[in-house]
Design a protein around this ligand. Structure first.
Ligand code: SF4
Ligand code: SF4
Length: 398
């Protein structure tokens, strides 16, 4: 198996499941299951036992491997600099071996089958890909400066489409020259790759790369950090060399040129805390763009959660788990812990519901939906409101 060396070098010290101050559990899979085998060190021990022929790839082993949310906390915090970059790749390589053998949890098999058969996990026809924009009259891409790549969640999830419209409206207000692909767009394949379905990832990526090249695309701006990650880091190996941006990176450059209203549409400064999406932060080291956007908004006072930046607790939606639910069901999930941490940080109960709740802000449609669900399921609606940052910007611009 590729990247096997880390399996033999790992000290099993356990630092990789923690944030840098060791104060809490930062691996969403371990947090959900609380068995050592679900922690990064534990899953390496199991993979090694499996490679040595000592255990079978049974349902439990499959659950351990596919519950990894690919949050990169373990890579960030492993104390072994020489080999730590192999960690997540080793987990993905083990998943790829199970995909080849057809040994998958049913939820993962269903997700990949939907992606293979329909080109998206929502089983929606390709011709409906541009429906999210049908009432906005957004132009199809035809040589504008940027291609706005929306992805599966922005195209087909009702709330994801709401966020895609909000980003598009903000782009227009900023005078950005952009177009969309509509039915020519395909899934970015980021989750297929994370789940070890390498061939499906290649197929999806190469199809997008062909379309981009045929249309002469040079600059791509993505809605989701997941798409941003695939296009920026994985497409070049397949011949797809484009300048790739997450939309917050364009906002931070262009918002200062716009006159924002002095007094926002709420009564007094609101506290806002930013949840770092793993595919923007730990995978791509952009911890600042969204925070700078927040700081430009009048009436917003930014406060930090104890776990932020490289120490942020993942929402549990990565690695396909947004669709497969392997780490997002149960009493104690990463998303539930995260929204309680946000509520404590914002101290919104001290403000009182009549004066308005604080904002838990993020910059990813997957994080937004995971956190919104967790707020509702714990009846925290009166204390915090989840906002995708484009929506917060749009609320002040329109
Ligand atoms: S990538 Fe995240 S979820 Fe996966 S093992 Fe590492 S810390 Fe846990
Ligand atoms: S921190 Fe690194 S060396 Fe320690 S258990 Fe985790 S992977 Fe192994």
């Amino acid at each position: 198996m590729q990247y096997e060396e880390i399996l033999h070098r790992c000290f099993r010290c356990g630092f990789c499941k923690l944030p840098s101050d060791y104060s809490d559990i930062n691996c969403p899979a371990y947090l959900r299951y609380r068995f050592e085998s679900f922690s990064p060190g534990g899953r390496m021990w199991l993979i090694r036992a499996w490679l040595d022929g000592n255990i079978q790839a049974d349902a439990r082993f499959q659950e351990v491997l596919f519950s990894c949310a690919t949050c990169n906390n373990c890579v960030e915090h492993c104390i072994f600099p020489k080999f730590k970059d192999q960690l997540l790749n080793a987990f993905i390589a083990a998943k790829a071996a199970l995909v080849d053998e057809g040994r998958l949890p049913p939820q993962v098999r269903d997700y990949l089958t939907r992606l293979l058969e329909h080109g998206n996990p929502y089983k929606m026809p390709r011709k409906k890909r541009g429906n999210w924009a049908s009432e906005l009259g957004i132009e199809s891409y035809a040589g504008q400066e940027y291609l706005f790549y929306v992805g599966d969640v922005g195209s087909f999830d009702e709330s994801g489409a709401r966020i895609a419209r909000s980003v598009a409206n903000v782009f227009r207000k900023l005078g950005l020259s952009f177009g969309i692909l509509g039915e020519k767009e395909g899934s970015d394949g980021n989750e297929a790759r994370a789940l070890g379905e390498t061939e499906l990832f290649k197929h999806l990526a190469e199809r997008n790369i062909d379309v981009f090249k045929q249309l002469g695309v040079e600059k791509v701006v993505t809605l989701s950090p997941h798409g941003y990650n695939a296009l920026k880091n994985d497409y070049p190996e397949l011949g797809g060399e484009f300048q790739v941006f997450h939309y917050t990176q364009l906002l931070v450059e262009r918002l200062p040129a716009i006159e924002l209203p002095d007094s926002p549409d709420f009564a007094f400064p609101r506290k806002a805390t930013f949840h770092d999406p793993c595919y923007l932060g730990r995978h791509n080291q952009d911890y600042e763009s969204a925070r700078q956007v927040l700081d430009l908004l009048p009436g917003i006072e930014r406060v930090e959660m104890k776990r932020s930046g490289a120490d942020a607790l993942c929402c549990g939606g990565g690695g396909g788990n947004f669709f497969t639910d392997l780490v997002s069901s149960g009493a104690e999930t990463a998303a539930k812990v995260r929204v309680r941490e946000a509520a404590d940080t914002l101290g919104a109960d001290m403000l009182g519901a009549d004066k308005g709740a604080g904002f838990l802000v993020t910059a990813c449609p997957v994080c937004t939906l995971m956190l919104e669900d967790a707020v509702k399921s714990q009846n925290l609606d009166g204390r915090i409101q989840v906002r995708e940052i484009s929506e917060l910007v749009a609320e002040q611009l329109f």
